[in-house]
Design a protein around this ligand. Structure first.
Ligand code: UDP
Ligand code: MG
Length: 314
């Protein structure tokens, strides 16, 4: 029998912890004939009753496992820790606040049985989220896609069902500050989008204040793009170009006796723009090296092999 693992990060979720367990376990108990299950809760350094509630649940159901952090390390770290501990064949990652409805798991499992390996939840509609959050999220994904080398689907969070083979690849990536939704799309495999309506948070408040959202956005852009570094190269070339335009304009002015330039204007303007350009251009060359170093230090593999055929034959 195959096993489904569900990974749920929790940060100050005492209001919702019990309800979350009830709804997730109800769905998984329904599926019991076909799948065994485990639920891994990751307590991301909450100082409220979250952990004691989880311990109570775990004492009643041994399929419930808990990983508890020494302090708050953030949502992405919590999910990263959770997926390291899974033993299942299919892994579901979802939020504690039930904005990712567990009742969708059976449908996602069907897609998984049909051969999809990464089934990612894509938000059709989002209820109860501020106009500000919706706008910033939209801007962020457009910007990220413009900047980065991989396509990261819009309107997706970390809600997804992932095949074990993909989880193993992610677990073996040595990079820190993982931007999981980007990595899950970067790894390839059979990706499948799963549309759903995102309800509002059941109980409690968002644990993603603006500061945490900014960090997530920064991690996403920096770890999936070296374009910001290259931007300075473009600026350098532009600046050198401007210096030539000024030079030609000044030569014309002197040659045709326009008498419209004060003394010294040409030499100052040309040297400022030209040397600014040269400096930016040299920065760009350096940044090309830095971006190589950065790529190497992330330690991502150059390719991922999904299967090899006939290599075991003599
Ligand atoms: N979370 C976490 N650590 C944090 C912040 C959030 O583990 O530092 C968890 C939180 O408990 C929830 C999930 O990440 O299960 C998503 O957080 P939330 O629902 O507050 O974010 P939103 O839906 O508002 O973007
Ligand atoms: Mg939420």
């Amino acid at each position: 029998m195959k096993t489904v693992s569900v990974v749920i990060p929790m940060y100050y979720e005492e209001d919702v912890a019990n309800l979350c367990y009830e709804r997730v376990s109800a769905v998984l108990e329904e599926l019991k004939k076909k799948y065994d299950y485990e639920i891994i809760f990751v307590n991301d350094g909450s100082k409220d009753k979250t952990l004691s509630i989880l311990k109570e649940i775990a004492s009643q159901n041994e399929k419930v496992k808990i990983v508890s952090f020494s302090r708050n390390f953030g949502h992405q770290a919590a999910v990263t820790a959770g997926i390291k501990e899974v033993s299942g064949d299919a892994v579901v990652i979802m939020d504690a606040d039930l904005q990712d409805p567990p009742e969708l798991i059976p449908d996602m499992l069907k897609l998984w049985e049909d051969g999809s390996e990464v089934i990612y939840g894509k938000r059709n509609t989002r209820k109860g989220e501020s106009a500000f959050k919706l706008l910033t999220a939209k801007m962020f994904y457009s910007f990220l896609n413009a900047m980065s080398e991989v396509d990261i689907p819009k309107n997706t969070g970390d809600f997804r069902l992932v095949d074990r083979s993909v989880i193993d690849v992610i677990n073996n990536l040595p990079e820190h500050n993982k931007f999981l939704r980007g990595l899950f799309s970067w790894v390839g495999f059979e990706q499948k989008e799963f549309l759903y309506d995102r309800p509002k948070r059941e109980l409690g408040e968002t644990k993603y204040p603006f500061k945490k959202m900014l960090k997530l956005a920064k991690d996403g852009i920096i770890s999936f793009s070296t374009k910001p570094l290259k931007l300075v190269g473009g600026l350098g070339i532009l600046s050198i170009f401007i210096s030539f335009v000024i030079l030609i304009y000044s030569i014309l002015s002197y040659a045709l006796n326009w008498n419209n330039l004060s003394d010294g204007w040409t030499s100052i303007m040309v040297s400022i723009t030209f040397f600014a350009g040269v400096q930016l251009f040299s920065l760009w060359i350096m940044s090309e090296y830095i971006s190589r170093i950065y790529d190497e230090s992330k330690g991502r593999p150059e390719y991922i092999i999904k299967e090899k055929i006939n290599f075991d034959k003599k």
